[in-house]
Design a protein around this ligand. Structure first.
Ligand SMILES: *Cc1c(COP(=O)(O)O)cnc(C)c1O
Length: 232
């Protein structure tokens, strides 16, 4: 087995163990392999090992990678998870299957306008700031309901759920707290009539905490591809 195949297997086992601890079906948690800063050939190798969904953070890098892997396009799912400026939405709207990092209405409106009619609606998550002043990105929880209902009304998007990037914590209990905040907000939005099915939360260091609190997508970079060089 290659290192990459071994890492993917180990992460799937972590997900399955956490799901069992939570009394959840392991199949209810999807692994998004975060390939930012890693070359197209690593995505190709992960695909050979059976991985299908990949997360990217940087527009230019991801466009090059998606185009280099065009031969696999039908069996890959691309998720944009990084900060998105309004003047960079078009290549994302034209190439990705999902955007997790929608953090204002204007971004959602542009993605909807720029989504090609020939493509399926773009799946989006609203990014929520669950760490208060410690974090700059994401919508404040009190504003989430209004913005979520506005996004849900846009024609070429499909609002799937919520995403967050909490501040790093070291204990399981401290890691669970912000994920619980996101899940409670998710439950409240569903109760208000939004048909949401996705909680995008949990990274390499806190995936167990996220699965215990209800994550349906965990975004895993380091534990799959290894440490990043941060060349950006
Ligand atoms: C880089 C990144 C990840 C993956 O982080 P790891 O700690 O390497 O697993 C997940 N989500 C977002 C938004 C990221 O930018």
């Amino acid at each position: 087995m290659t290192d990459l195949a071994h890492n993917l297997e180990a992460v799937q086992q972590r997900i399955a163990a956490a799901a069992r601890n939570a009394g959840r079906d392991p199949q209810s948690v999807a692994l998004l392999a975060v390939s930012k800063t890693f070359p197209a050939q690593d995505v190709r190798a992960a695909h050979v090992a059976g991985q299908r969904a990949f997360g990217e953070n940087y527009v230019q890098e991801s466009v090059e990678k998606i185009d280099a892997l065009a031969d696999l396009r039908a069996s890959l799912e691309w998720h944009f998870i990084g900060p998105l400026q309004s003047n960079k939405t078009r290549p994302v709207a034209e190439r990705f299957d999902w955007v997790h990092s929608v953090d204002r209405l204007k971004i959602a409106q542009r993605l909807s306008e720029q989504r090609p009619a020939s493509m399926a609606p773009l799946n989006v998550c609203l990014q929520i700031n669950v760490s208060g002043e410690a974090s700059k990105s994401g919508v404040a929880p009190q504003e989430a309901a209004r913005i979520a209902h506005e996004i849900a009304a846009l024609p070429n998007l499909r609002l799937r759920g919520l995403m967050s990037i909490p501040e790093p914590e070291t204990t399981l209990e401290a890691q669970r707290a912000p994920h619980r905040v996101l899940r409670e907000l998710f439950d409240a939005l569903r109760a208000s009539g939004l048909a949401l099915d996705t909680l995008s939360m949990g990274m390499s260091a806190d995936l167990e905490a996220a699965v215990l609190e209800g994550a349906t997508i965990v975004r895993i970079g380091t534990a799959v591809f290894g440490a990043r060089a941060y060349s950006h």
